[in-house]
Design a protein around this ligand. Structure first.
Ligand SMILES: C[S@@+](CC[C@H](N)C(=O)[O-])C[C@H]1O[C@@H](n2cnc3c(N)ncnc32)[C@H](O)[C@@H]1O
Length: 279
């Protein structure tokens, strides 16, 4: 995994986040970088490989842009960047603009809608199913669903039990298994669709997991994935945690590397829905 990140989504994220940090106190660029590295390191709770921070060139570019817009004041004596009144106002307004709608639920609805043309007996794999958020919705729609979870986190250890209980209550052709995606990919099982909600960002070896998803699909099979949006909307709702997800640009790069084609993306408030196909 690379240590620094760049691109339009990272810049959009920084445009908001640097204002947040400067609203707390005036700081030098080095102090800002240090704080971002620290927050990034805190993300290790969710993923051991979570330590990544914006490239220095992106920091410079965004700070200069904010200064041009009059939202921050560049360092003179004392070498510290400061937020201006106009910056504080922008920050307050941006916070209020956040839609009240639940992006995760909306993205899941859109995902189900995108599967409307799928044959009813299609077999769907839900990766990182947790308590079966997507798997149960798809089983209700008549798909044959396998939900898998590695149970890697303290909070996810009991999730599959909850998912099984809920499946008994709601019905449908759904089976839950405790297994890592990489281990399942070593089997001969193959699926028409692989779906995932809010899970790729916390997978330890993301490139290997995407490879595994590609392997688990039948030819022309589709992968539909919902995860945090890297940007200010994602940050306002999920804090620095959203920085663990792939940005739009990183998704494209990674999916092409794995051999996926026809990549499309839909932004739903603080979530991103990515769809693509195995060639
Ligand atoms: C944040 S939860 C999301 C649960 C559910 N999909 C949802 O949207 O509510 C992410 C889940 O991914 C699982 N996970 C992480 N890495 C995994 C892997 N390599 N293989 C399978 N599951 C994994 C975790 O155990 C966790 O339950």
């Amino acid at each position: 995994m690379r240590r620094t990140r760049s691109g339009p989504s990272i810049r959009e994220f920084l445009k908001y986040y640097l204002l947040v940090l400067l609203a707390e106190k005036a700081q030098t660029k080095q102090e800002l970088v240090q704080q971002i590295k620290q927050r990034s390191a805190d993300n290790r709770t969710y993923r051991t490989t979570g330590v990544v921070w914006p490239a220095g060139s992106e920091m410079d570019r965004v700070l200069d842009g904010l200064a041009e817009d009059g939202l921050v004041r560049p360092p003179k004596r004392g070498y510290k960047w400061r937020i201006t009144d106009s910056g504080k106002q922008t920050l307050a307004e941006r916070g209020k603009q956040q839609e009240e709608t639940d992006g995760k639920e909306r993205a899941a609805e859109k995902l189900v809608e995108l599967l409307e043309t799928a044959p009813a007996n299609a077999c769907v794999l839900d990766v990182g199913t947790g308590a079966g958020f997507l798997a149960l919705k798809l089983a209700e729609r008549g798909f044959r669903v396998v939900g898998i979870d590695s149970g890697s986190f303290d909070y996810s250890k009991d999730s599959l039990g909850e998912a099984r209980e809920e499946a008994t209550r709601r019905g449908g052709d759904v089976e839950f298994r405790q297994i890592d995606i990489a281990t399942l990919a070593e089997s001969h099982e193959r699926f028409d669709y692989v779906v995932s909600s809010q899970a790729v960002h916390c997978m330890d070896d993301q490139p290997a997991c995407l490879e595994a998803i590609h392997t688990l699909l039948k030819p022309e099979g589709r992968f539909l994935c919902v995860d945090f949006l890297v940007g200010s909307d994602g940050f306002i709702r999920h804090g620095f945690h959203c920085f663990l997800a792939f940005s739009r640009e990183e998704w494209v790069e990674r999916l092409i590397e794995c051999g996926f084609v026809n990549i499309r993306m839909h932004e739903m408030c603080d979530y991103l829905l990515v769809e693509c196909e195995k060639a």
